[in-house]
Design a protein around this ligand. Structure first.
Ligand code: GLP
Length: 242
């Protein structure tokens, strides 16, 4: 595992974008695994700028997003799908047919999860997976206690995650109680993983994930078992790593 500690969020965003850009240039037909949340917003901004300056193209890239609330309509103002369109998809040259998302309106959840896994398989898996980390150590929406062997599945969100995400919805009552997420097993199959952590609120989770035992109680700790993980943390998030 490579750990890069950077002074602040701006630097984290720049560094993360540089890694994504370098991988996209190395392999234009790259399969990217993408995350939502506040953490990657700065990185997406940098990617859009790099695209506008002609430094990178996504025209041959494929994307898979990690997770989506359930149920939620794709055009709901706080759906992850809408978020991705605003932050990245609508501003770069990604081909619509190569954007993959879990459908928060799927009637048959099991079928939806199998469809996603089959699509992942069909493209040969993810080359570079970008991850954030929850305050409780979750990755994607794999909450503490999620078995490591699970592929894409439906989850009940914990109270803590619903509270953390209420900042986007305005009120806790409006946060969906469930989500669909790529499983730990699906995530671990990615060839390369980039984990981003910013801010003091992530310091305990990051320390537990990187320095603690590998345990399903801290989903991100599984990354210690992956052969190619880069962690970029700003000073605030890295403060308990010493
Ligand atoms: C969300 C997402 C995760 C994200 C995490 C942290 O609920 N499901 O993919 O990494 O929580 O979010 P943030 O970056 O806003 O702190």
């Amino acid at each position: 595992m490579k750990l890069e500690i950077v002074p602040d969020y701006a630097e984290l965003s720049r560094r993360a974008a540089e890694i994504v850009i370098a991988e996209c240039r190395k392999r234009p037909q790259i399969v990217l695994g993408l995350a939502t949340g506040a953490t990657p917003i700065g990185m997406y901004r940098q990617l859009v700028q790099a695209y506008q300056r002609g430094r990178v193209s996504f025209s041959r890239a494929t994307t898979f997003n990690l997770d989506e609330y359930y149920p939620i309509a794709p055009d709901h103002p706080h759906s992850f799908r809408r978020f991705m369109h605003q932050q990245l998809f609508d501003q770069v040259d990604l081909a619509a047919e190569r954007i993959h998302f879990l459908r928060g309106t799927a009637a048959d959840v099991e079928r939806e999860c199998s469809r996603y896994e089959a699509e992942l398989e069909a493209v040969g898996g993810i080359d570079l997976q970008v991850l954030g980390i929850g305050e409780n150590g979750h990755i994607g929406f794999n909450e503490p206690g999620t078995p490591f062997h699970l592929k894409t599945h439906k989850v009940a969100l914990t109270e803590q995650t619903m509270r953390a995400n209420a900042r986007f919805f305005g009120s806790l009552a409006d946060v969906p109680r469930h989500a669909l997420t790529m499983g730990i097993c699906s995530i671990m199959r990615s060839r390369k993983i980039l984990l981003l952590a910013s801010g003091e609120k992530k310091a305990d989770a990051l320390a537990a994930a990187l320095l603690g035992p590998v345990t399903e109680a801290v989903p991100a700790s599984v990354l210690q078992l992956h052969p190619d993980v880069t962690v970029i943390a700003d000073k605030a998030a890295a403060q308990r790593l010493a």
